[in-house]
Each structure stands twice: as C-alpha cells, then as structure tokens.
Design a protein around this ligand. Sequence first.
Ligand SMILES: C[S@@+](CC[C@H](N)C(=O)[O-])C[C@H]1O[C@@H](n2cnc3c(N)ncnc32)[C@H](O)[C@@H]1O
Length: 200
Amino acid sequence: MSQDRPVTTADYWEKRYQDQDTPWDIGYASPPLIHYLEKLKERGQRILLPGAGRAYEAVWLHENGFPNVFVCDWAPSAFERLKDKAPSFPESQMLVSDFFGLEGRFDLILEQTFFSALPPEKRPAYAKKVQSLLQPHGWLVGLLFAHTFDHQGPPYGGTAAGYEALFRPYFEIVTLRVADDSIAPRAGRELFIEMRALPS
Ligand SMILES: C[S@@+](CC[C@H](N)C(=O)[O-])C[C@H]1O[C@@H](n2cnc3c(N)ncnc32)[C@H](O)[C@@H]1O
C-alpha cells in the first residue's frame, strides 16, 4: 500500500503510478496552462515542469516546437506516457530525480499540483528552490488550489493570502487570481499565478 510509505519518498509516488491510483491526473493538458503557453513567442526558452507526472503539457510543448523543455519527477513510471506519446522527447530532458536536488537555470517553471503534493513544511524550501532555478526575472506560472482541504493531504491546499506571504520574499507577484478557464471539477477552486523571480 502506498499509504504505508511516507509521502516524502519517491517510493510512495512510484507505487501510486504502478497502482494507477492517480486521481490528480486530469488525463490531458490543463486548459489554463495551455492558454498561457499558446501566447508564448520565444520557442527557445528553457522550461521546467517539476513533479511533472504524466507530463501532458510537455507533450504539447514538444509538439508545438519548444525544444528546451525539461520534466522532473522522482517516480520513474510517471514518464512512461511521455515516452509513448512523444518518442522524440529527449531522454536527457527527463529528470528522474528529487526536485530539491536539481541544478541549472530556467526561464519558466510550470506548476500544477506539484506544490500541493508537498507537505506544507516544505513550502518555504519550494519557494526558495524555484527562485534559485530561475533566471533573474524568470517566471513561475501555474495553478495552486484556492482552498484548504478538510482531510489530511496530499493534496494540501492553501489560501491566496498564505501564498502571497510565502512567495513575496522571492518573487514579484504579478497575477494571483481565480482561474477563469479551469476544467469543470476545479472551476473556482484553483488560482492562476504568474510570479517573476527576484534576482537570487
Ligand atoms: C500530485 S502529482 C502531480 C503530477 C502532475 N503535475 C499532474 O498535475 O498530473 C505530484 C507529482 O510530484 C512528484 N514528486 C513529489 N515530490 C517530488 C520531489 N521531491 N521530486 C520530484 N518529484 C516529486 C510525484 O512523483 C508526482 O508525480
């Protein structure tokens, strides 16, 4: 049972993929993220999807001419679909590793349900790590839950005020609003964020 394994381990997540116990997985690229990506002009930018899971947005980016897309997930089974759907996606850009050990610099980091998979005590480390992985003035863009959960996570939710306090030391918060193009089950329940990294 994945529940016997601590959520802070790769084993826990790997088991959930092996058991097909992935309720967070919407089965396709997320509309709010795709609507954002459709507006990007600079195809050469370095883009990271942390905790990418089945990486639907990475397939979209690959098919739409973005060559410098990196996915990170410490559960190896997560990338089986990406390998199947985008066989020419470079294996060297599939990073099977702990996000907190990543190095390098990116122009854009795309967030979707990775932040919410982390125990809340890891959130300050997440904010700091994302800033350190971004070029000065690089972007953290994505979705965060707009509410808390009654049950024990993951997922772990939050509030706009809490996110502002968490990210403000590291980012200029450009957008933090309820997404208007969420999938139906998440309508009104997720925040779209655009945050610009302060130079680290
Ligand atoms: C809730 S899933 C979200 C997957 C994907 N973003 C999505 O929306 O379908 C969280 C993902 O983060 C990965 N993950 C959790 N902690 C991680 C860490 N420290 N380093 C790398 N991946 C991690 C898990 O393996 C899992 O695939």
